[in-house]
Design a binder for this molecule. Structure first.
Ligand SMILES: C[S@@+](CC[C@H](N)C(=O)[O-])C[C@H]1O[C@@H](n2cnc3c(N)ncnc32)[C@H](O)[C@@H]1O
Length: 295
């Protein structure tokens, strides 16, 4: 079942939380010179046109990036995220939204590696095209990678299955982002299973899982399962822009669950989540949860 198209949701409040956190996790990895690898198991198309048919249908970006675009009081981590989005919009007009692959490419260094998996035939083709254009643009500007090998690899594959072969990364430093559509409820179980296996291959890796906070058992149980996977430490952050709709439709709340988070993440989020609630929240039912644990 591959009906999900991320373009409908690009730049919404859930993307803000996800992409801001991913950028901060990579910034932390980038504090050491040693190369790291980022694996994005569900990469999507990489870049989305906000004035395209999909994105403009429900204009979900108005619940997220649009509310941050002109703010002059952004906390540093939110500013870094908005800067990445702005780098894709040099005219200053908000026209394109970067998916996780673009955000990662923007933050990674020459020596780092990015492995992108996407199963949808159209999305994976668009993703590969986007990266070809990006490389051509960099080459036209005289930028050449200073290290050998491909910085970015795009593959049409089931990311849950493909992850195994990428772990552990040669440098034993890395981040795995797992961001499935969850339209098929088996995605919840597969996420927990694949992480259980990944932790045996690469116990010190950083793993970030995006998930929707819904009134359904699978969604409620996912973070509880992830807490018990045996990672050395974990952090769970959720952002609700309002309470659940009476008909249960629409995404009002989402979370990022991180296994082996950097110690800097929790204090940073404790400071900036009230800001995001304030700016993205629709009414006084908006809020966040931030919890962490160690084994
Ligand atoms: C939520 S979107 C990804 C968004 C992207 N990570 C971002 O933040 O920009 C989920 C993507 O997973 C793809 N997908 C679904 N099942 C998959 C699987 N088993 N392996 C890889 N990709 C899959 C969908 O086609 C969709 O593009």
């Amino acid at each position: 079942m591959l009906s999900y198209r991320h373009a409908f949701h690009a730049g919404n409040h859930a993307d803000v939380l996800k992409h801001m956190v991913v950028i901060q996790l990579m910034r932390y990895l980038g504090q050491k010179d040693t190369a790291y690898m980022v694996v994005d198991t569900h990469a999507g198309a990489g870049v989305y046109a906000l004035d395209g048919d999909y994105a403009s249908k429900n204009a979900e970006y108005e619940t997220g990036i649009a509310k941050l675009w002109d703010r002059k009081d952004l906390p540093p981590a939110v500013q870094e995220y908005v800067d990445v989005v702005k780098s894709l919009n040099p005219s200053g007009k908000m026209r394109y939204y970067p998916g996780s692959p673009y955000c990662a490419e923007k933050v990674m260094r020459d020596q780092d590696r990015l492995r992108l998996f996407e199963l949808h035939p159209t999305e994976s083709r668009v993703l590969a095209d986007n990266f070809r254009k990006l490389e051509a643009h960099a080459a036209a500007q005289g930028q050449r990678p200073t290290v050998r090998g491909k910085r970015v690899m795009v593959e049409r594959a089931d990311g849950f299955l493909a992850l195994k072969a990428t772990l552990p990364p040669p440098s034993r430093r890395g981040l795995v982002l797992i961001d499935p559509p969850y339209e098929d409820k088996r995605d919840y179980a597969r996420t927990a299973e694949v992480l259980r296996d990944a932790l045996t291959r690469f116990p010190t890796g950083m793993y970030a899982v995006w998930y929707p906070v819904l009134q359904r058992n699978e969604s409620i149980q996912l973070p509880e399962k992830l807490k018990r996977l045996g990672a050395k430490s974990w952090l769970n952050v959720t952002l609700a822009i309002h309470g659940p709709a009476p008909d249960g439709f629409g995404l009002h709340n989402s979370g990022m669950f991180i296994l082996n988070p950097p110690w800097t993440l929790e204090p940073m989020l404790r400071e900036l989540m009230p800001y995001l609630v304030d700016v993205l929240g629709v009414d006084d039912t908006a809020g966040f949860v931030l919890e962490s644990g160690e084994v």
